[in-house]
Design a protein around this ligand. Structure first.
Ligand code: SF4
Length: 551
């Protein structure tokens, strides 16, 4: 099953995927044989196999399932009746022991809730009979996407070619990025140009990481962007490689997006052919000496940058860039202590430019239109464009492109307004981590930093809309369940804090004294953003919806 895959430690997760795809699960014997093949201890292989939710380590006397059905029960899907779908599909396949059914956290299809996943096929919206029929048919491979097939998505790579021709210099690119105000769109919002300049200033060799591991509840903009138009992101990635001087490019795609992974696989094969053509056309950019440009730094390695597509394995925490890098190196996705930052010491110790895929997607547009023009799209003093993932009680859940600085009410209007029979009660501006705000604050701009005074943030711009049929305390409890499930367990404040919080949040009246002490420790002493932000939805409830949790 692992033929053609080098026996290297960094490929451990790829090996585990191959084995599980082929065998349906991982037995002790299989893990032991893999450890021997990779020259690792059995403990190292076992700890990785048991860390990631999508690997199924089987007890000795258990047969592997033929197919696994995963039903998302995160907030947007729960609002759309996911628990009922889960119960019905369990009943529908109860007679077939070869079918496993699991409740799982967000699978990035919140716009078509309730969403599920049968084998490698995303099914959304899902119902039990549809899932049972797919399982019975055996058609559980990835579904085709809108952008599948080259004619569907013409793209000219014009900005990359300007750079390779020498019409645009790396310094010009950095200047335009700075003028655009483009920030990291994975959630952190760090200025892109500054990150590029920092990595470019480090000694080589340097690597690049494209983060397609969006797992924040309610976020599906990266899936949407790649499913409809992957090439601008690939162009942005190559522009970054040329400007910053990146030798290897890693694309890490969450396991929940097998369709996007298949699409990228095809796109990358086509891109190799393009790279060959560009080498012929612009040899200087690939380091071939030329009498007119003696000593010019090559923009790309002679053979083009090495591009490696990697598959996640169901761990939300791997969206955090240092955890993602651990995963790329074949280990458990445990966030690293900082410093050093990733820009200085990232993949295998190399200075690394790590970006969310949407940030790179915008780079060709910024260069085509000019940074100032891109910035001017924003409203209310904000700059640029934002893609909002909108789910919950709206008429048309989906991914909407609006000017940065748009308000929650405007984003909801873009999604067709509130769903029939529902009135706005509350909204989560930034998925699981960003807090919960009341309807009265729906006219605030939704952008980086604009909600800080209200104890909230937008993160990856996932807007989950609640109506008067819902309770904020239920949303907070759902989010805490998510964090408890996804905590990597590395640090006690997060591991034990999320578990203790779950008990506290299920009481009809919340113990606020105990919560104050618990949340303080979680915020102050957790290693990464997961544990630090986990208290946000609960604090929001106490601040804006106290009537739900007090006598
Ligand atoms: Fe892991 Fe949570 Fe600690 Fe982050 S805060 S390192 S997820 S235990």
């Amino acid at each position: 099953l692992c033929d053609g895959l080098a026996p290297r430690r960094d490929l451990l997760i790829e090996h585990l995927h191959r084995l599980q795809d082929g065998l349906g699960g991982l037995t002790r014997d299989v893990l032991a044989a893999l450890a021997e093949r990779l020259r690792l201890s059995q403990a190292e292989v076992y700890e990785v196999a048991t860390f990631y939710h999508h690997f199924r380590v089987l007890p000795d006397d258990h047969a592997a399932p033929r197919v696994t059905v995963r039903v998302c029960t995160s907030l947007p899907c729960a609002l759309a009746g996911a628990e009922a779908v889960l119960a019905r599909v369990r009943a529908a396949v109860a007679d077939d022991p070869a079918v496993a059914v699991e409740a799982v956290p967000c699978i990035g299809q919140c716009h078509q809730a309730p969403a599920a996943w049968a084998g490698q096929r995303q099914v959304a919206p899902a119902d039990a009979s549809m899932l049972a029929a797919i399982v019975a048919s055996g058609e559980t491979g990835p579904r085709p996407l809108p952008a599948s097939g080259a004619p569907a998505q013409p793209h000219d790579y014009a900005q990359l070619e300007r750079l390779l021709r020498g019409e645009l210099r790396p310094v010009d690119v950095l200047r335009e990025l700075e003028a655009s105000g483009l920030r990291g769109l994975g959630g952190a919002g760090f200025p892109a140009w500054r990150k590029w300049a920092t990595v470019a200033g480090q000694p080589g060799p340097r690597d690049g990481v494209v983060n397609v591991d969006e797992g924040e509840v309610g976020t599906f903009k990266d899936w949407h962007t790649l499913a409809h138009a992957p090439r601008p992101a690939l162009e942005g990635m190559l522009i970054a490689a040329a400007v910053v001087g990146l030798e290897r490019l890693w694309i890490y795609v969450r396991d929940e997006y097998p369709d996007v992974r298949a699409l990228l696989h095809e796109e990358l094969q086509a891109l190799q052919a393009r790279l060959q053509a560009w080498r012929q056309r612009y040899p200087v950019a690939f380091g071939v000496p030329h009498p007119d440009t003696p000593g010019q730094r090559p923009l790309l390695p002679a053979a083009g940058p090495e591009i490696l597509l990697r598959r996640g394995a169901g761990a939300y925490v791997c969206g955090e860039e240092s955890a993602l890098i651990e995963s790329l190196e074949g280990r458990r996705g445990l966030p690293r202590l900082r410093p050093p930052i990733t820009a200085v010491r990232g993949v295998f110790g190399r200075p690394t430019l790590a970006h969310n895929v949407e940030t790179l997607w915008w780079v060709p547009t910024v260069l085509r239109d000019g940074g100032a023009a891109w910035a001017a799209a924003g409203v209310r003093g904000r700059v640029g464009w934002r893609r909002y993932s909108v789910s919950g009680r709206v008429r048309r859940p989906g991914c909407y492109l609006l000017p940065a600085g748009s308000t929650a009410r405007e984003v909801i209007d873009a999604a067709g307004g509130m769903a029939e029979g529902h009135r706005l009660y509350a909204f989560l501006p930034g998925g699981a981590s960003g807090g919960i705000l009341p309807a009265a604050l729906a006219d605030l701009p939704l952008d980086f930093d604009t909600l800080a005074d209200h104890g909230a943030f937008v993160g990856s711009m996932a807007l989950i809309v609640l109506s008067e049929a819902d309770r904020a305390r239920d949303a907070a409890l759902a989010m805490m369940r998510f964090f408890a499930h996804e905590s990597c367990g590395q640090c006690t404040p997060c591991r034990a804090g999320t578990t203790q919080a779950l008990a506290l949040l299920q009481a009809p009246v919340w113990d606020q004294t105990r919560w104050a002490a618990l949340s303080q420790v979680m915020r102050d002493a957790s290693i990464c953003g997961l544990g630090q932000a986990a208290p946000n939805p609960v604090d929001s409830v106490l601040r804006y919806f106290a009537h739900e949790v007090t006598p």
